[in-house]
Ligand binder design. Sequence first.
Ligand code: AMP
Ligand code: ZN
Length: 132
Amino acid sequence: MASERENNYRQLAKGVRPVSADCIFCKIAAGQLPAEVVYQDDLVVAFKDIRPVAPIHVLIIPRKHIPDLTAITPEDKELLGHIHLVAVQVARQLGLAECGFRLVNNCKEEGGQVVYHLHFHLLGGRQLRILG
Ligand code: AMP
Ligand code: ZN
């Protein structure tokens, strides 16, 4: 049986984005699971976190399945820049741009990552405490 990586290469060759069958964020990006989407385009989707830890808690994900931040490659440079531009746009849209916000990625086990599809937390709407 073909590995997930081989399948992803085949999909890429056909112009299809790599997705992971068991990944909840791939399913949200594909519209197969419900989410409160606040922004989306060809490359990314931003939706409200189901268990918010701040008055505003949005997750920004690439549509492409990247398991965690260590899996990025030079070909993802533009995507990562785009995620930051989208984060600022969503922050503006939700009224956070003036007072400020936090954009954070949890990477792997000790970084506190639970869902293994790259995502950035956009947090705001109250004074945030120091990290760590
Ligand atoms: P992390 O610990 O960085 O992997 O964060 C994963 C985040 O995904 C958590 O804040 C969860 O509350 C959030 N989450 C998990 N499932 C869903 C879902 N179906 N819709 C929205 N947010 C989710
Ligand atoms: Zn995924």
